[in-house]
Design a protein around this ligand. Structure first.
Ligand code: GLU
Length: 240
């Protein structure tokens, strides 16, 4: 299980890109084979991935000169399902390009979930268990247009271990965890997510540890924690 970083800010700038790339660098110690980032601005989601060291991802990001973003998610992958190639690196994206998802862990019941996608004619571009969850997040979102509720419904269908972090726009990042860690960093006009406090240390020392089977939504100025049934839940506040 490798590294995850998420960030939402109240202004579009290069900040999300920096926070996510720097957070991934601090999580490098965990080991990984590939990495990727998604950056969101109104109506656009830029996804960039690279195999090998983070320097390759940084070069790819720099060469594409990304526009200012309001939010971003990033991942360093240690392959469990599928080879360490660009197509299998996270974030994984829904067919319409609106949803991006990163994942640490293993989704044990992915074959059944994959079969449901096959029956609906939803084409997959990778060999991973994670991409299947990305498509199901989009399907769940289509039911009520509520990203946190969609993440809760998705998480309650999954077996195995996961920290999932997803986005579907530029103002909210959602996450869920089971048997895999997830922490929130509380900032001023910005908030953070990480698989470990190293993801945001230096940006804030105010953090929230999330309990087993909880989900969270972060915007620039709000943090909402719920259980997988959508009932209010609380994290454990601590200083980094
Ligand atoms: N099972 C996922 C994959 O193989 C996530 C691996 C990880 O935790 O980095 O893509």
């Amino acid at each position: 299980m490798c590294g995850i970083v998420g960030h939402v800010a109240c202004q579009a700038s290069q900040r999300s890109r920096q926070v996510v790339l720097d957070g991934l660098s601090r999580l490098e110690y965990r080991g990984y084979d590939s990495a990727g980032i998604a950056l969101a601005r109104p109506g656009e989601l830029d996804v960039i991935k690279a195999v090998g060291k983070l320097v390759n991802l940084r070069e790819a990001v720099d060469s594409e000169a990304p526009a200012d973003a309001y939010a971003g998610i990033g991942h360093t992958r240690w392959a469990t399902h599928g080879r360490p190639i660009v197509a299998n690196a996270h974030p994984h994206v829904s067919p319409d390009g609106r949803f991006a998802l990163v994942h640490n862990g293993i989704i044990e019941n992915y074959p059944e979930l994959a079969l449901e996608l096959d029956r609906q004619g939803i084409f997959r571009r990778s060999e991973t268990d994670t991409e299947i969850a990305a498509h199901h997040l989009a399907l769940e979102y289509a039911k009520d247009g509520n990203l946190l509720a969609a993440m809760c419904r998705l998480a309650s269908r999954l077996q195995g271990s996961f920290t999932l972090v997803g986005m579907a726009g530029d103002s909210e990042v959602v996450a869920a965890r089971r048997n895999s860690p997830l922490v929130v960093g509380l900032g001023e006009g910005e908030n953070f997510l990480g698989s470990d406090v190293a993801a945001f240390v230096g940006s804030t020392s105010d953090a929230l540890e999330l309990g087993q089977d909880t989900a969270v939504s972060i915007t620039a100025d709000e943090v909402t924690v719920v259980d997988f049934e959508g009932r209010p839940a609380e994290g454990k506040r601590f200083e980094v």
